[in-house]
Design a protein around this ligand. Sequence first.
Ligand SMILES: Cc1cc2nc3c(=O)[nH]c(=O)nc-3n(C[C@H](O)[C@H](O)[C@H](O)COP(=O)(O)OP(=O)(O)OC[C@H]3O[C@@H](n4cnc5c(N)ncnc54)[C@H](O)[C@@H]3O)c2cc1C
Length: 384
Amino acid sequence: MTQNLSPFTEAHQLFRKTVRDFAEKELLPNKEKWERERFVPREVFKRAGELGLFGVCFSEAVGGSGGDYWFKVAFLEEIIYCRMAGLAMDFMVQADISTPIIEKLGTEEQKKEFLIPALRGDLIGALGITEPGCGSDVMAIKTKAESVGDDYVINGAKMFITNGSRADFITLSVRTGGPGHKGISLVTFPTKTKGFSVGKKLEKMGNHSSDTALLHFENCRIPKRYLIGEENRGFTYIMQNFQGERLVAAVSSVASAQLAVNDTIRYTSEREIFGQKIASMQVWRHKFADLQTQLEAARRLTYHAVALFNAGIECTQEISMAKLFAGDLAQDVAYDCLQAHGGYGYMEEYDLARFTRDIRLITIGGGASEVMKEIIAKRMGIGG
Ligand SMILES: Cc1cc2nc3c(=O)[nH]c(=O)nc-3n(C[C@H](O)[C@H](O)[C@H](O)COP(=O)(O)OP(=O)(O)OC[C@H]3O[C@@H](n4cnc5c(N)ncnc54)[C@H](O)[C@@H]3O)c2cc1C
């Protein structure tokens, strides 16, 4: 495709090379081990922090390098290159999901205690929104933070929390007021707090190198100075925070689906059946042409959303469309590319099998496709 309209400058490409070198030398050799062990060691976070990968888009005031959002895109595209969505998810939670809201609304003390060490990779962060009884319906959260003097006393549970079993802190949603969206707050929660426990590490269909846990809070007392922003405004903050999360989901959908298509073209260009290469059969040549065309459309939609986000322009609709379109397309890519691999695609040793499992999450996590459609329809002025 045309390269001269690329949004990436020489500085982005240099950074991209740093990430690719890190991926090739320090991540990829461990892929099978970490997927098998369902875990990425803590030192990997430390190393990524040392290389400045987590802080690339954060301000210098909190130890970041103040880069624009295209650095984030370059980072994700190169991490995705490892074909280990669990690891990519761990990193996204660290740098794009649990921490940006602390930079935006946190106190100097919260930044010093949680954000700055997280960007260095010294602390691991998690985001705790989903509960056993509610995910899509964020307004329904029940985990309660009762006001007791200068403290909150927290009781409840959080479900499906990425980095949950070894996070040092959680950007946590709690109910501080009445029912509905007006009674929700966000706090920074240190996991060393008495009464906190990791229920169980959950066995998942995919994203194996990422840990996902059920968390319990029993009379956990934290000081009110850990409140992020204003009390009872948490729902708005969560919705703002979702924009970054959904954008990185769209970027990683496109990047990983592109790798799957590339891998499949390579495989089917070598595999011969009925006296010819699979890729040379018209049905597959046309399939790859279709997929590449749709991928290009998904990339353009996503990059458009990135450009708006980067410029600080409100772009909830564009981000929702990008996540919806790229996430759904990635499912088609997984289905078709595995089909083209035949039985080999079903084997663990082929990246396609892992991709097919891992990518299934993208239309569910961080706002399901149906939630994206609700947002888009509302912004089109169509009431429900
Ligand atoms: C591996 C993994 C990691 C995760 N990591 C985190 C994390 O770090 N932190 C965190 O807080 N959460 C995390 N989640 C939770 C994730 O964001 C939720 O699973 C997601 O929001 C959906 O919530 P739910 O699973 O409760 O499904 P439900 O809310 O029960 O929804 C079920 C289905 O209903 C449909 N649906 C939803 N809304 C509508 C609608 N308006 N109209 C019609 N149909 C609809 C969708 O198809 C949806 O998949 C993670 C989940 C997984 C699986």
